[in-house]
Write a new protein. Structure first.
Length: 154
């Protein structure tokens, strides 16, 4: 497994995989159609792509793209306003999961954040996504805050 910085030619792969996997970012309490979450992912992709403070990594297995991670390095923590690296989105193709691609992408993001002297690396994950939560915990991420939601209407 290798990880490299994304190139302009990777946009179609990132948009496709991100749109397909975006549903895993939505919890059971916030039902949303696949088209809505895919559109939200495309908006996030454009936001990250248009920033100088963004780095996208692509994981490859035998030269085939299998995953990506979008890292923001210029968006401060919303509470403390301190500098941080923030993994805005990460996805691995279903067939390539448990192959080390996710760990390699996290390591690349962490290495970049350390290179830039950032004191923290953060991300958000749905409580419903147990596999991703386990990967992040195994990589040293800890629960820091909890978003609590109350459903008001079906």
């Amino acid at each position: 497994m290798t990880v490299r910085r994304a190139l302009a030619g990777d946009a179609a792969f990132i948009l496709s995989l991100g749109s397909i996997t975006a549903q895993t970012s939505v919890s059971r309490i916030r039902p949303a159609g696949i088209e809505m979450v895919a559109a939200s992912f495309r908006q996030l992709f454009e936001f990250c792509r248009g920033r100088a403070g963004s780095v996208t990594f692509v994981a490859e297995d035998d030269g085939r793209s299998v995953g990506f991670a979008m890292l923001l390095v210029d968006v401060p923590d919303e509470v403390t306003q301190s500098r941080q690296g923030f993994i805005a989105y990460m996805a691995v193709e279903p067939a390539a999961r448990r192959s080390g691609a996710g760990r390699a992408l996290l390591a690349a993001a962490e290495e970049e954040a350390r290179r830039l002297g950032l004191p923290h690396l953060s991300l958000m994950v749905s409580n419903d996504n147990a596999a991703a939560r386990a990967l992040y915990a195994a990589s040293g991420f800890v629960d820091e805050r909890t978003l609590m939601t109350k459903q008001l209407a079906p």
